[in-house]
Ligand binder design. Structure first.
Ligand SMILES: Cc1ncc(C[n+]2csc(CCOP(=O)(O)OP(=O)(O)O)c2C)c(N)n1
Ligand SMILES: [Mg+2]
Length: 764
């Protein structure tokens, strides 16, 4: 296996240098420790690692050498690259967690690899959740019987990270969260002494991650982590330590760090550079002498486990096997493209005969067939040009459109779930209000909602800062921890990044986490895992993985720079792949939670910070009704102007509208309800067709979410055709809001400003 993997690295690099693949990053030098790690990785376990771990993927059976090459070539066929359908760089592996209907697979019988990512340390936050799931399964009777997902919480999460990437805050936050929570996480640090060209002494305190972490080490009567040092070339030594250490993690849930030292990198960091530029001759020589495969071979021979001849045969066979796998992968990758070339060439032939410019078409044809390694884009480009030189050929046009559809599916699908677990397919159920429906404070509505939710759905867990014991800063969970236990509703440290990662990992293991960001302004601390991991997960695994997690937060106007933000432009632009819900009150929020919980998709729900003490009527079907996503609601009818907005600012608009109606201007107010997706049925356009005037109001900065809504209605919905006067946006100021009531008034859209703008529109 080590030889196979090494050979894959060597040939992989060649494929890039000869131009058949674009970029390569390989696991050479790290084969032997990964074999040791794989030996103790069991069905049910999870892996969250980085781009060096091809040997681990081969050894666990999660990937084949052929798949490795298919991914290197960016083959978009998922039967060739089942990990990412050519969407990820090489060595980003992923095993399926859902079947094609969106049902969770029997993860307990599978070796599970969570989809890798290229940002350094990005794999760490999620590993907290993947490990925590074991603890929650073990401690919580109601979910312990989910035997397709757990065996009494014995599953370990194996995380890997490069030595230099331990400099990231992600690493430290993860280690601390794991140590505090005591969760079965095994972290392997592949210490090859460098992060590209920058050596350890500039990366790590004392130049050693295990030394730097000493304060985390568990002692009698404390929490903490176990720390082990291993030598990357010492297969037997590693196995001996890992056997006991991994078993201890399984049983005790005490996390551990394995500092794997003396790792080499024979071919340097990646195909983008050469390590001779920054490693000394002595270091390069040392890396040759201490190559883990060379050392393993010596150990095999010393212990008479095989003869020199046998090892030679192993190496020779490995070379041949990898070469064949590589060739097959290339042929399978090229075959459909060559077929397209053939068919397009025939079409061009046909065009030639009736074209006024046969020579130009001929040129295109020879350009295409002379291309020895054509891409799909070459086919499209030639065909498009051919069609434009000879308009009106139905055959050519049809074929072009067929390819467009095919390529769309290959390269642009699965931003969202494409099966029946899509949030867009959840049936709409209206809220029902009894004649004597009680009127409660917003926080009481949401508290009742969560109470009933936790009583009926045992997979739901909720956590965040101050969420457990006091039941969140606005009492949404007040009294619920004592009712449903601290295994389901619990406090976390102040660590938004790993709160998000914790949610992602738990969702991947079958929980339905509600992970809280205390105030929307702090979402930025947790944005990286949401943007890079969660929002891309279905896309980058072509639907094989996903994390149906709910991020709950509260935001919009209240007080001051960091308690009244509404950075919605930032959010919607970084979270494509998630649903972004902006309920105007707590009843609407409950309906959105219900919708999301019936789907397999992740969503962010931003409750109104100033809405918890407003009175709301309680629906009789609080836990059954759903708010369909992407469907705005006309909350006030009118005829002169359409006002489009959401969230807290609707209440400011209400004030303006009352005044405008007094002076004879009739306003129609539309609550968009969700920004992602946005008005899928073009309800706003219908309103505009009636009023012929439109204004978008939003608390975000100019050019933020208001500009997004404007673009959607004007361009996508074709709203520009129905305008009698210039459309407007009214937004917050470009700076952060000033503190206090006046700061709020002058920083955010206010009723007078809205009134004035609409009066002007009426006089235009
Ligand atoms: C957030 C982020 N910053 C920078 C990079 C570019 N980059 C890719 S790998 C790498 C070095 C990582 O070194 P190490 O963690 O030691 O892993 P190794 O490649 O040595 O195994 C850097 C800087 C990145 N991918 N992500
Ligand atoms: Mg390194």
């Amino acid at each position: 296996m080590a030889c196979l993997s090494r050979e894959a690295s060597l040939l992989g690099r060649k494929e890039v240098l000869t131009g058949k693949a674009k970029f390569g990053i390989f696991g050479d030098g790290k084969e032997v420790p990964q074999l040791a790690m794989a030996k103790f990785f069991r069905p049910g376990d999870f892996y969250s690692g980085y781009y060096r771990d091809q040997t681990f993927a081969f050894a666990t059976g999660a990937a084949t050498i052929k798949e490795f090459f298919a991914q290197l070539y960016a083959d978009p066929d998922t039967s060739h690259d089942p990990h990412s359908g050519g969407r990820q760089m090489n060595s980003h592996f992923a095993t399926p967690i859902f079947d094609e209907n969106g049902e969770m697979l029997d993860l307990i019988n599978r070796k599970n690899l969570a989809a890798g990512m290229a940002p350094t340390a990005a794999q760490m936050p999620k590993s907290v959740g993947l490990a925590l799931a074991s603890k929650l399964f073990r401690n919580n009777e109601a979910v312990r019987n989910l035997t397709h997902l757990t065996n009494n919480g014995n599953e370990v999460c194996f995380a890997t990270i490069g030595d230099a990437s331990t400099s990231e805050g992600h690493f430290w936050e993860t280690v601390n969260a794991a140590a505090v929570q005591q969760i079965p996480l095994a972290i392997f640090v592949w210490d090859d002494g460098y992060g590209i060209s920058v050596p350890k002494k500039y990366q790590t305190t004392k130049g050693s991650i295990s030394e730097a972490l000493k304060g985390f080490q568990i002692k009698e009567g404390t929490n903490g982590i176990d720390i082990y040092k291993l030598k990357a070339w010492d297969y037997a030594g590693m196995c001996e330590v890992l056997e006991g250490a991994i078993e201890k993690i399984r049983q005790t849930h005490i996390p551990a760090l394995f500092h794997v030292e003396e790792v080499t990198q024979p071919q340097g960091h990646s195909t983008s550079g050469s390590h001779e530029r920054y490693k000394t001759a002595e270091r390069l020589q040392w890396e040759r002498d201490w190559d883990c495969i060379k050392k393993m071979k010596e150990w095999v021979l010393e212990n008479n486990l095989a003869t020199e001849d046998e090892l030679f045969a192993v190496e020779t066979e490995a070379k041949e096997f990898v070469r064949n796998s590589k060739n097959e992968a290339w042929q399978e990758y090229q075959q459909p493209i060559l077929q397209q070339v053939k068919e397009v060439s025939e079409i061009l032939e046909e065009l030639k005969s009736s074209s006024p410019v046969p020579q130009q078409i001929s040129q295109l044809q020879s350009q295409l067939i002379s291309n020895k390694e054509p891409n799909r884009r070459d086919v499209m480009s030639v065909l498009f040009k051919g069609i434009s030189l000879h308009s009106g050929n139905v055959n050519a046009q049809d074929y072009y459109e067929k390819l467009c559809r095919e390529n769309e599916q290959l390269f642009n699908s699965y931003l969202h779930t494409q099966n029946r677990k899509s949030a867009m397919l959840v049936p709409a159920v209206k809220a029902q209000f009894a004649a004597d429906a009680p009127v409660l404070n917003g926080y009481e509505v949401i508290n009742k909602y969560f109470d009933q939710l936790f009583a009926t759905n045992h997979s739901v867990v909720a956590f965040g800062e101050d969420l457990g014991f006091i039941g969140d800063v606005n009492q949404g969970f007040a009294g619920l921890q004592s009712k449903y236990s601290a295994n389901r509703i619990f406090d976390t440290g102040i660590r938004e990044l790993t709160i998000m990662g914790q949610g992602i990992g738990l969702a991947m293991r079958g929980f339905r986490p509600i992970a809280e960001i205390q105030y929307l302004d702090y979402l930025i601390y947790g944005l990286q895992p949401l943007s890079d991991d969660l929002a891309t997960m279905q896309f980058r695994t072509v639907g094989k993985q996903g994390a149906p997690m709910i991020v709950r937060s509260r935001g919009h106007r209240l007080e001051g720079i960091w308690h009244s933000g509404s950075p919605m432009g930032m959010i919607i632009n970084s979270l494509r792949g998630m649903y972004v819900c902006v309920p105007r009150n707590m009843v609407q929020a409950a309906g959105m939670y219900n919708t999301l919980l019936q789907s397999n998709e992740p969503g962010l729900v931003i409750e109104c910070l100033n809405g918890y003490r407003l009175k709301e009527k309680l629906p009789s079907n609080l836990n059954e009704f759903t708010v369909p996503l992407g469907v705005p609601e006309v909350i006030k009818q009118g005829t002169d102007v359409t006002i489009v907005s959401y969230g807290s600012v609707l209440r400011v608009i209400d004030e303006a509208v009352k005044h405008l109606e007094q002076i004879g201007i009739s306003c129609e107010v539309v609550d968009v309800q969700t920004l992602l997706p946005f008005d899928v049925n073009h309800i706003i356009l219908q309103s505009l067709q009636k009023t012929n005037r439109i204004v978008f109001v939003d608390e975000d900065v100019p050019g933020g979410a208001a500009a997004y809504m404007f673009n959607k209605v004007m361009e996508e919905q074709g709203g520009y055709k129905y305008l009698d006067v210039a459309p407007r946006t009214i937004t917050g100021k470009a700076h952060r809001p000033s503190y206090g009531s006046d700061g709020d008034y002058f920083s955010k859209p206010n009723a007078e400003e809205i009134t004035e703008v609409i009066q002007k529109m009426m006089n235009e």
